[in-house]
Design a binder for this molecule. Structure first.
Ligand SMILES: [Zn+2]
Length: 115
């Protein structure tokens, strides 16, 4: 006998959607209980985010600001820049890697154009 899959959540019946419109969810960040429309839905899992849209936006904003701050305060980048690298050995390694990347890109573009 064939077993029926549990379709709960994945494809809600119209009646379930009606219920979902009135459903509320508590944000794990600010603790407010808000309608589900105030939560983003994870495209991969189809489930609502644990943090509300407002908290999610604030978190993203802080993260972006932090990244910029780290770069400015330490004066260091997250990646080495050839023209800012004093060590000649590292500098040459970076140049070689950059050349390989350019050659690879040229090769891929040529293959695309030859098709
Ligand atoms: Zn929140």
């Amino acid at each position: 006998m064939r077993q029926t899959k549990n379709t709960q959540g994945a494809c809600a019946a119209p009646a379930d959607r009606e219920i979902e419109r009135d459903a509320r969810h508590q944000c794990t960040c600010c603790g407010r209980t808000l309608p589900l429309t105030e939560f983003y839905v994870n495209a991969r899992t189809g489930r609502h985010d644990s943090r509300c849209k407002e908290c999610r936006r604030e978190s993203s904003r802080r993260q972006r600001t932090k990244d910029v701050m780290d770069c400015r305060t330490t004066g260091r980048r997250r990646y080495p820049v050839i023209t800012e690298t004093a060590d000649p050995v590292l500098r040459m390694a970076l140049i070689r890697r950059a050349l390989r990347t350019v050659e690879e890109k040229k090769r891929v573009l040529k293959m695309k154009n030859d098709k």
